[in-house]
Write a protein that binds this ligand. Structure first.
Ligand SMILES: C[S@@+](CC[C@H](N)C(=O)[O-])C[C@H]1O[C@@H](n2cnc3c(N)ncnc32)[C@H](O)[C@@H]1O
Length: 306
């Protein structure tokens, strides 16, 4: 992707280099305005099973039990406290990690619907979990859930709102399909396009001539952003930035934010953000702070329907 900005390599791990990008703000707006939502969604819908299988394998490789236990207390605890029984999960992928993690801790009886844009994933999930009467997977995009699903008590998702580009439509649909809350969690680096879109709508950044972020220069050209520079604040991890900005948009679409931040699940620091943070701290590019953790965390956002 060529933004006519400048890029400087900070460090490399294997085939990946982390780069500092300095890009004219006007170019970010121009590029994002050219995003074709249908093409973007079609690309998501045609991913292979291996894509989310691999994502899940990566997750299982590091502190998986701590992550599962933390999600059971954090997301599962929220659902149990509210006595929610009708759960809609957005973007389960081919493994439905959230269902596997949370279902043993839910209050019986419950019903679980998982909605994914990818038919391959939906078929796999119905094969794997559909014999359990409380589970069903449904195909469809978040921006058009219409008759596919009825309103549920809560919408939850893990690593799914980091893939959307038409924020208003998605939040309008989410608002219609939750009766109470939305709870989203994010461990991995969000999609470049989504973060770029959120930057282009961020007045704190857009009032400056240039935007600054750190991104991987990946062999497949996906260039995921790890940190975004907020003028007068400093670098923020992109998973937390995702939630901070989505929450601001959700608040203009009938929600209020009741929680947002980073949730620690393990001391084990050998994971994406924590690994990058450690190197950036060693190189004096970032200062240690609660916003730049070197233990394992995920970012979360909890919204309440007004
Ligand atoms: C990064 S994967 C995460 C999968 C799973 N939640 C996990 O944590 O392993 C994103 C998932 O969201 C789905 N997805 C992406 N955009 C979507 C959209 N607009 N509507 C519905 N599902 C979408 C993808 O097909 C994929 O299954």
């Amino acid at each position: 992707m060529n933004f006519c900005g400048s890029k400087e390599r900070i460090f490399s791990i294997g085939k990946f280099s982390l780069e500092r990008w300095i890009v004219p703000s006007s170019k970010v707006v121009e590029f994002f305005s050219q995003t074709d939502v249908d093409r973007h969604n079609a690309a998501q819908a045609s991913q292979s099973l291996e894509y989310t299988d691999e994502l899940h394998e990566n997750r299982q490789a590091v502190s998986f039990e701590d992550l599962t236990a933390t999600l059971q207390n954090h997301v599962g605890g929220f659902i149990r406290d509210k006595d929610y029984r009708k759960i809609l999960e957005a973007g389960p992928g081919s493994q439905d990690f959230l269902y596997q993690a949370l279902s043993p801790t839910l209050i019986l009886p419950y019903s679980w619907t998982s909605l994914d844009i990818n038919q391959l994933y939906v078929d796999r999930l119905n094969e794997q979990f559909g014999q359990n009467g409380s589970y069903r997977a449904v195909q469809g995009p978040l921006r058009d859930m219409k008759d596919r699903v009825e309103p549920h008590d809560i919408i939850i998702g893990n690593e799914v709102l980091d893939s959307i580009v038409d924020f208003e439509n998605v939040f309008r649909n989410i608002h219609e399909k939750t009766k109470g809350h939305v709870f989203h969690t994010q461990q991995f680096l969000p999609s470049f396009r989504t973060i770029q879109g959120l930057i282009s709508l961020d007045p704190r950044i857009m009032e400056h001539e240039y935007c600054v972020w750190l991104a991987w220069n990946t062999p497949d050209d996906t260039q995921p952003i790890s940190h975004v520079m907020i003028p007068d604040v400093g670098f923020m991890q992109s998973n937390q930035y995702l939630h901070e900005r989505l929450s601001a948009l959700a608040q203009s679409n009938g929600f209020k934010e009741i929680g947002q931040g980073l949730k620690k699940y393990s001391e084990n620091a050998d994971y994406i953000y924590e690994r990058i943070n450690k190197i950036l701290i060693e190189q004096n590019i970032l200062e240690p702070s609660p916003l730049i953790p070197t233990t394992s965390h995920y970012a979360y956002m909890i919204l309440e329907k007004k």
